[in-house]
Design a protein around this ligand. Structure first.
Ligand code: ZN
Length: 216
């Protein structure tokens, strides 16, 4: 059994469910970051803050520091889900293999879309196995990117699914819709539909955690 805390509650640069236009960035996006603790591990998923801010978030949420983190998992290759590759000096950092392969193969092109990322990202990351820790399984959720994968685990609340950007926020889950950009929108739509009944709690890529039973 694991426990989890949100380190950041993410938000989007634009959210059409709030009446915002998709061709305008209203704010800088922030990904939802989660801490999972149990079985002697402290795991950070989708770290979205730079070093000192992450240090404060870990202290505030759990009395921990980046040195205590044993494992980091980024759900996909987008920069806002692995903001500071120099953070967490003692952690193994994992990413789905397809996503890591994409970064290796398209680094220069990737930097044009996500300027400012550091080569340490690819240097640090290793491909995630199907089970990243005892009872925490990789769940492929293609659409937003080709290789994006979430994590499934059991917690006191029931089955918890961290989706990364396969589900952006609760509103996107309710509507069954992917974000306005991505690798393949139709695949993303099918992925969201396939999640119905699969989890008690969803932690989305850019919003608050929510109970699925309230919204299915
Ligand atoms: Zn993304």
């Amino acid at each position: 059994m694991y426990t989890w805390h949100l380190l950041t509650i993410g938000h989007l640069s634009r959210n059409k469910f709030w009446g915002e236009r998709e061709d305008t960035a209203y704010r800088k996006a922030l990904a939802t970051s989660t801490l999972i603790s149990g079985h002697g591990q402290h795991i950070v998923v989708d770290p979205s803050l730079p070093g000192e801010a992450m240090r404060q978030a870990l202290l505030d949420a759990a009395g921990l520091c980046p040195e205590d983190v044993t494992l980091v998992f980024s759900t996909h290759y987008h920069l806002d889900h692995h903001v500071d590759p120099l953070c967490f000096p003692n952690a193994v950092w994992m990413m789905p293999e397809k996503e890591l392969n994409y970064l290796h193969a398209h680094w220069a092109e990737y930097l044009r879309s996500f300027p400012g990322d550091k080569e340490e990202t690819v240097a640090r990351c290793i491909p995630a196995p199907e089970e990243i820790a005892p009872g925490i399984r990789l769940v492929p959720l293609p659409g937003h990117t080709e290789g994006i994968s979430g994590l499934s685990l059991d917690a006191p609340e029931g089955r918890v699914l961290l989706t990364g950007d396969a589900v952006m926020t609760r509103e996107f889950y309710q509507a069954g819709e992917p974000y306005f950009f991505g690798w393949d929108g139709e695949t993303g739509r099918r992925t969201i539909a396939s999640l119905r009944g699969k989890a008690d709690v969803i932690i989305p890529g850019h919003g608050e955690a929510f109970l699925t039973r309230c919204w299915e």
